[in-house]
Ligand binder design. Structure first.
Ligand SMILES: [Zn+2]
Ligand SMILES: [Zn+2]
Length: 124
């Protein structure tokens, strides 16, 4: 039987418990409540910025190379995502937790032979 409490529990796959982004590091790590630690090269986070300025208003999100990949600030957005402020001041991307989870490039999430691919993604 499902209780109301159970139904209200956030999905642990999309619930971060810790975000680590050391100053000047090239990767950010997020621990998720299901035990997975996701590793995000900053090139990936920046290139997959979902904002309209980077992507237009397309349904799918393409990898857009270039742009500053140093992170100046990470801010929570409501209880559903994060925003990154990049070294060049770009800060309009809102990365939902679902979207971030799908961006993980670790060996468990992306087969090694696909690690260098930059596929077009669906919005989440
Ligand atoms: Zn953007
Ligand atoms: Zn992963």
């Amino acid at each position: 039987m499902l209780s109301i409490h159970h139904l209200a529990m956030p999905d642990p796959r999309f619930t971060p418990t810790a975000v680590r982004s050391p100053w000047k590091a090239q990767t950010t790590e997020i621990d998720w409540a299901d035990g997975h630690t996701a590793i995000y090269p900053h090139e990936i986070l920046r290139g997959y910025c979902p904002c309209a300025g980077c992507q237009g208003h397309k349904v799918e999100i393409a990898f857009v190379p270039g742009g500053d990949t140093s992170i100046a600030k990470i801010e929570p957005v409501g209880d559903y995502g994060l925003s990154f402020e990049w070294g060049d001041g770009h800060a309009t991307g809102i990365y939902t937790f679902r979207y971030l989870r799908g961006l993980c490039r670790c060996d468990k999430c992306v087969p090694r032979e696909q690690a260098e691919e930059r596929p077009t993604l669906n919005r989440a």
